[in-house]
Design a protein around this ligand. Structure first.
Ligand SMILES: Nc1ncnc2c1ncn2[C@@H]1O[C@H](COP(=O)(O)OP(=O)(O)OP(=O)(O)O)[C@@H](O)[C@H]1O
Ligand SMILES: O=P(O)(O)OC[C@H]1O[C@H](OP(=O)(O)OP(=O)(O)O)[C@H](O)[C@@H]1O
Ligand SMILES: [Mg+2]
Length: 286
């Protein structure tokens, strides 16, 4: 029997990160809500409790210690200034946080001095301007920040950019280096003990990331080529090599990054490997 308290996990209830976060948790074997109005869900077999909250508020709950861990965006964690820290990136919700302004001329960061900058992330922007020694007036808006210039309340904006479509539609262009590369992350407090279920949650989510990012590659190759083939497919530690009934040939099995699987198959074929098979990994613990 498990007598430690339930691990309390905050999950985005709406917005860009919500669906993907719940899908990842489901893939890691946790129960997720079926009704989007449900605010709390207890997953008894896994000994965890999920709280569905606005992603912007998640760092606050975790930082204040009312919830143990949470899923939010790196940009939101840093903007909040909450006493929480990143545990691991989750491989979805990737965005850049950038300055942008009307595309009628090419802006320089230094031109922001004395200007009005509209944003929903004042914490992030304030810190970035301070770092650069620029004084500007921040106009805090809730969303649709791209309209702020046309409507006359700001000269430039700082906002989340994913595809860049919203900016283009508004006749704007990004300028300067990205302020931040963001993605969905797991957060905790510095003193969140990992024995209360956090280590297990982390292991499960890492397993999902590996299963998503890697494939299993099997192939047959002449024994004398094993060393060269192993250089093409080194696996995570080392490939598994087993004997084949066919004299002088071996079977090799190794994990390969999904993104390069086709190129690796081409290289193996060129080398002389045959019967090259790729299969998905449904789940794993490494
Ligand atoms: N296309 C996107 N637009 C906005 N935020 C995104 C996008 N893709 C990922 N994100 C990330 O999602 C988080 C923003 O979450 P939020 O719930 O505010 O999304 P949203 O789409 O703006 O939702 P809403 O507009 O309903 O408030 C940030 O961490 C951001 O980096
Ligand atoms: O680069 P893109 O792919 O166009 O995505 C980025 C845009 O999407 C988000 O807006 P959202 O639709 O959430 O509206 P909001 O500004 O009201 O939050 C974000 O604030 C940007 O405006
Ligand atoms: Mg939004």
């Amino acid at each position: 029997m498990n007598d430690r308290p339930l691990l309390k996990i905050a999950v985005p209830n709406k917005g860009s990160l919500s669906e993907a976060a719940q899908e990842m948790l489901r893939e890691a074997g946790y129960r997720q809500r079926s009704d989007s109005k449900e605010l709390v869900l207890t997953d008894v077999p896994n000994h965890v409790e999920f709280y569905y909250l606005r992603p912007r508020d998640i760092a606050v709950y975790v930082g204040e210690g009312t919830l143990d861990v949470g899923i939010t965006g790196r940009d939101m964690l840093l903007d909040s200034g909450a006493a929480a820290q990143e545990v691991m990136p989750l491989g979805f919700g990737a965005t850049r946080f950038r300055y942008a302004a009307p595309a009628d001329h090419q802006w320089e960061i230094a031109e922001l001095e004395g200007k009005r900058i509209a944003t929903s992330y004042p914490g992030l922007v304030k810190a970035d301007l301070a770092k650069r020694g620029i004084e500007a007036r921040l106009i805090k808006l809730d969303g649709a920040v791209e309209s702020a210039i046309r409507l006359g309340v700001a000269d430039a904006i700082a906002d989340v950019v994913e595809t860049g479509r919203t900016l283009r539609q508004a006749g704007m262009d990004v300028f300067g280096e990205p302020i931040l590369q963001s993605e969905a992350i797991m957060i905790k407090r510095e003193d969140t003990p990992s024995e209360n279920g956090l280590a297990l949650l982390q292991r499960r989510l890492s397993g999902v990331l590996v299963a998503r990012n890697y494939v299993m590659m099997d192939y047959d190759c002449p024994e004398e080529l094993v060393d060269r083939a192993s250089e093409v497919t080194p696996g995570l530690e080392s490939p598994t090599v087993s004997p084949l009934a066919r004299e002088g040939w071996v079977a090799v099995r190794a994990m390969v990054k999904r993104s390069v699987a086709q190129a690796v198959m081409d290289d193996l074929w060129e080398l002389g490997a045959r019967a090259i098979l790729v299969t998905d990994i449904a789940a794993c613990r490494l």
